[in-house]
Design a protein around this ligand. Structure first.
Ligand code: FES
Ligand SMILES: [Fe+2]
Length: 355
């Protein structure tokens, strides 16, 4: 397949937009894996994703007009149906069959739009990541979006090591530098499509973002993070804060435990910029809307701390792309993930050559 470039894994689902971005006929113009795409919801409710370039004179279709489920280019008026075929040329009766734009498979799930920029024949919706808390009303959260001027794998690297919580997020998500010194991943489990890590911090102070939303602010907690990083860049984090010293680490269901579920989706915009979609869900005091708002705000604050350091890292690497990076023990997950990614890219290239 000519699309395969060896940089992006094409045959994979990526989050392209949040459901809330498509309200009231809004058209999202977004570069995804270095392709300009327009995404909109047609009148029937169907979500459509098309190449954001008219096949006539390359005017952006995102400047066009939605008509039913179709879109009309507002330069010379050509109209395209959701499959990308041109169905009307004002003033011209015959429409050559080849006139049209590329249409991308999309699926709506978890109030997000997933897009497939690879071979449409392989776009199997069952390959979309399964993360039940995103669809479960016993978890509550507010979805968010951020833009990074950095390659998506630098964000993956960041999320692969919880020790950065201690230094980057001391006053927000981490709580203390002690977290890096005292805690170690219990195990790094290599998966076919990523890895899983688990880390406990026993008898700790609640970190600032959690302390803000709980009444018992000084009670010590046992903190557990289980992270999963999945190809092509999906991070799922299950966090638990249990009252300290009551055996949570031995599997005891300790009363007063509060939990979070966090999903983060990294969609390459280009090879040096990334769309970052996320939701941080909580499972307690669901009738208090201020908790989700506070958590959303705290997480944004934390992600901005990541963004500062990751974008700076990208600038350094841009100046000297061959600067050798030396690994430490904590890099095992990111090294594995990058190896896995390289293998999947290679497999995609080999399959494309054979096709
Ligand atoms: S550029 Fe779209 S109709 Fe001419
Ligand atoms: Fe972080």
């Amino acid at each position: 397949m000519k699309d395969v470039d060896g940089i992006f894994l094409r045959n994979s689902w990526y989050v392209a937009a949040l459901g809330q971005e498509l309200i009231d006929g809004h058209k999202v113009a977004r570069t995804i894996l270095e392709r300009p795409v327009v995404i909109y919801r047609g009148t029937s409710g169907r979500v459509v994703a098309l190449d954001d370039r008219c096949c006539h004179r390359a005017a952006p279709l995102s400047m066009g007009r939605i008509e039913g489920d179709d879109i009309r280019c507002m330069y010379h008026g050509m109209k395209f149906e959701p499959g990308g075929k041109c169905i009307q040329i004002p003033g011209q009766d015959a429409i050559p069959a080849k006139l049209g734009v590329r249409s991308y498979p999309v699926v709506e799930r978890y109030n997000m739009v997933f897009i497939w920029t690879g071979d449409p024949e392989k776009a199997d919706p069952s390959l979309i990541v399964d993360y039940p808390p995103l669809a479960d009303p016993s978890w509550r959260g507010l979805p968010g979006y951020m833009h990074y001027k950095a390659n998506w794998l630098l964000i993956v690297d960041n999320l692969s090591d919880f020790a950065h919580l201690a230094f980057v997020h001391t006053n927000t998500l981490g709580g203390s530098e002690e977290y890096a010194y005292k805690t170690k991943p219990v195990a790094i489990e290599k998966l076919d499509d990523g890895f899983r890590v688990e880390r406990w911090h026993l008898d700790a102070d609640p970190p600032p973002y959690h302390r803000k939303v709980i009444p018992n602010k000084t009670d010590r907690i046992d903190r557990r993070n289980i992270g999963r990083m999945l190809i092509p860049g999906i991070f799922l984090l299950d966090s638990m804060f249990a009252p300290a010293g009551q055996g949570a680490e031995k599997g005891v269901a300790v009363p007063g435990t509060r939990q979070y579920r966090n999903a983060q989706f990294m969609t390459p915009e280009t090879r040096s910029s990334t769309h970052f979609f996320w939701n941080y869900l909580h499972d307690y005091d669901l009738d208090n809307p201020n908790i989700a708002i506070s958590l959303r705000h705290s997480l944004e604050e934390g992600f901005n701390e990541d963004k500062d350091i990751i974008e700076a890292q990208q600038r350094v690497l841009d100046e000297d792309p061959n600067y050798p990076l030396l690994a430490i023990g904590a890099d095992a997950p990111l090294t594995y993930f990058r190896w896995l990614m390289a293998r999947k890219l290679e497999a995609e290239k080999t399959a494309a050559r054979a096709a």
